[in-house]
Design a binder for this molecule. Sequence first.
Ligand code: ZN
Length: 153
Amino acid sequence: MAANPLYHDIILEHYEYPRNKGEVQEPDAKSRGANAMCGDDLVVSLRLDSQAAALENIAWNGHACAIGEASASMMTDAVKGGPNENARRWLKTVRGLLTNKPDDIDPSIELGDIEALEGIKHYPVRIKCALLAWEALDEALRLAETKRGVAGG
Ligand code: ZN
């Protein structure tokens, strides 16, 4: 768990009161992420807006450990309603944060609660838990863009 006790509380708060849990109606794409090592099994569903340029709605469902569920809650909070490119900036930043690649952290991003995930980089077996929902976002976004005919999707 994160070394800083404040960060521990932020993670538990998201675990107890998860944001955007459920399923998006008529999603453009869904992606499942599973982590057999601790039984995490999540599905991220998302729907793009009429221009296919922003995440009109995103939700996650399933079961995971505290870190896996908190991270899914934080992920949906961070990218919901924002442009696809914003979601990609977040993805790169969170991967940078958790795999100790500070150059990948976008300095223009206001981390907020997600700063609480940084301490997990010191616990290698937990990194996959924290990244699970983000990897599912990456795949769901790619599938949704392909479905909607966005170039480069
Ligand atoms: Zn886990």
